[in-house]
Design a protein around this ligand. Structure first.
Ligand SMILES: Nc1ncnc2c1ncn2[C@@H]1O[C@H](COP(=O)(O)OP(=O)(O)OP(=O)(O)O)[C@@H](O)[C@H]1O
Length: 249
């Protein structure tokens, strides 16, 4: 599904990710974990070709055989429209505060699929209901909804689009513990019921152990360990991973 190899990212000549390599297998939840500043978000930005100005990525990030790093804007737009869906840290920032939810959710889901507004309304109403969100939210503005509700709206769009790959970058860090748990359950459902492949970026080991099948450990811009969560938790191979796991107890 996704094979990253020798990914190096420089920002204004400074190397922030060095020769990183990892794979995301279809149907699995893979988590990238690492301390703040280890390069997790820059890695995702490189895959989505949304690196900040002055940044440059080299290497390979093969998504279904296509190197995302040298895809044109047009190709990338097409890939992001239906094949890769991204949920960012703070859902509130993903929405325009002055536009009602219905129009925005349509843009994120039905519009991407080429559905009519009527088709969107029917399908989205069912999804909102499943996610225990009232259909009335469609008439509301984002600021009238809580952070947890907005993240659930993003999940509703992901369920609607049914992407090949869902990238979630620290999706629970702005939520309280109860909402975090709820959101993680939804990610699990998406994976188990729809078979969605998920790449989850987090610095929370509890989240990793709860939901991920495989993990990629990053430290100071480098991937120091990859493997199944069960194996790594049982027998961490790298001193940094050991420290990370020890800090959990
Ligand atoms: N816009 C930017 N301009 C210059 N350097 C940046 C920029 N964004 C991030 N960096 C640097 O890139 C490195 C990797 O940052 P990145 O945001 O990928 O870390 P992270 O692992 O996602 O951390 P966090 O968990 O805090 O989000 C850091 O040294 C950071 O200072």
């Amino acid at each position: 599904m996704l094979n990253v190899d020798r990914l190096t990212i420089e920002i204004d000549g400074k190397c922030v990710v060095e020769e990183s390599a990892f794979s995301v297998r279809p149907g699995k939840i893979t988590s990238i974990i690492g301390e703040s500043g280890s390069g997790k978000s820059m890695t995702i930005a490189a895959l989505l070709t949304i690196l900040p100005l002055g940044a440059k990525a080299t290497g390979h990030a093969l998504f279904n055989g296509r190197n995302l790093l040298d895809a044109s804007k047009k190709e990338m737009d097409a890939i992001r429209k239906t094949h890769i869906f991204t949920i960012f840290q703070d859902a509130a920032n993903s929405f325009n505060p002055s536009v009602k939810m219905e129009r925005q959710l349509y843009t994120f889901s039905g519009g991407r699929r080429g559905d009519t507004v009527q088709q969107f309304r029917t399908k989205m109403t069912g999804l909102l209901d499943e996610l225990e969100l009232s259909v009335d939210i469609l008439k509301q503005y984002p600021f009238e909804l809580s952070g947890g509700m907005l993240q659930r709206c993003m999940i509703a769009c992901a369920l609607y689009v049914a992407p090949d790959l869902l990238i979630a970058d620290e999706p629970t860090s702005s939520l309280d513990r109860v909402l975090q748990k709820e959101f993680i359950e939804l990610l699990k459902r998406l994976n188990e019921e729809q078979g969605t492949t998920i790449l989850l970026i987090t610095h929370d080991l509890d989240v990793v152990v709860e939901v991920a099948h495989e993990m990629v450990v990053m430290q100071a811009g480098k991937v120091v360990e990859t493997g199944s969560v069960a194996t790594i938790f049982k027998q961490p191979g790298h001193p940094y991973t050991k420290r990370l796991l020890d800090s959990r107890f």
